[in-house]
Design a protein around this ligand. Structure first.
Ligand code: UTP
Length: 274
């Protein structure tokens, strides 16, 4: 039902400098796998086979990662190291990867609009790869959201409760709980102050969007920091009662900052590599 997943990956990753000076944030590894590969695996598990990636300058290594490296294949053929490439080979064979470039960093909303040529007129998923989501042993977060989309057929954002001291880092929603963990959004505010925030329900980097979002984004005026915010476009859909927020099962790691990255590294090492 949701066939395509968009990965906005054009940001500069300034919170992770100098590591991100010449290397995309999305290629930072958690143990031995880059963040964006975890995202692609989550999308595939949710039924998406087309990965649409919005890149920018200095992001070529993302394209190389999702392509066959003939020299490497030749080099390790028949050795015990071949098994290290098993997962990525299988992704390359199973999925289609397409790319477009965001020429100016005008915000997440603008990055999503840039991806329109790769998506077309169908509902699609969005994964921000630096938000690493894990539901160890259970259904992935995007898969849970696709299940909800089948029931409601409208835009859905993933949310989690954050400390009130952190609300100014997120889009914060208000809404009525219509079933356990599912809210019909009545209002959304991008990075409100603690005093302004009406809740501590924060939007994280997983979305399902209906394609009318593109027409809304086209006329969305730049908001905070001069960026086109996806929150503002979603608010337009929410006014028509067409956006749900979903409190997902699992854990999210903000790998765009050092604390989240280290926590994810430790947890994934414990869970999969010890
Ligand atoms: P972030 O603000 O977390 O990413 O944007 P950033 O700008 O790369 O990081 P910092 O704040 O400088 O450390 C959330 C997501 O939206 C993408 C980013 O790549 C990231 O995945 N994004 C953001 C774009 O693709 N284009 C933009 O213009 C802005």
């Amino acid at each position: 039902m949701i066939h395509k997943c968009l990965f906005p990956a054009a940001g500069y990753g300034t919170r992770f400098l100098p590591a991100t000076k010449a290397m995309p944030k999305e290629m930072l590894p958690i143990v031995n796998k880059p963040l964006i590969q975890y995202g692609v695996e989550e999308a595939l598990e949710a039924g998406c086979h087309t990965m649409a990636i919005v890149t920018g300058r200095g992001k070529r290594s993302i394209e190389d990662h999702f392509d066959t490296s003939y020299e490497l294949e030749h080099q390790i053929k028949g050795t015990d190291k071949e098994s290290y490439l098993k997962e990525i080979r299988s992704l390359i064979q199973t999925c289609t990867f397409s790319y477009t470039r965001q020429n100016e960093m005008k915000g997440l909303g603008h990055a999503i609009l840039t991806g329109e040529t790769l998506i077309g007129q169908e509902a699609f998923a969005v994964i921000l790869a630096d938000d690493l989501c894990a539901n160890m042993g259970g259904k992935g977060v995007l898969s849970q959201m696709v299940g909800l989309y089948k029931k409601y057929c409208c835009s859905i954002v993933a949310i989690e409760e954050v400390d009130m001291s952190d609300v100014d880092k997120y889009g914060i929603i208000e809404g009525e709980e219509i079933e356990k963990g599912v809210y019909k959004i009545s209002n959304m505010t991008e990075k409100p102050s603690r005093e302004e925030a009406k809740s501590n329900l924060a939007v994280i980097g997983r979305y399902i969007l209906t394609p009318d979002i593109f027409n809304i984004l086209r006329v969305t005026k730049p908001g905070k920091k001069g960026e086109i915010q996806i929150t503002d476009a979603l608010l337009e859909q929410a006014k028509a009662g067409r956006v749900l927020a979903y409190k997902f099962e699992g854990k999210r790691y903000d790998c765009g900052n050092i604390n989240g990255f280290v926590r994810a590294t430790n947890d994934f090492y414990e869970a999969y590599h010890r």
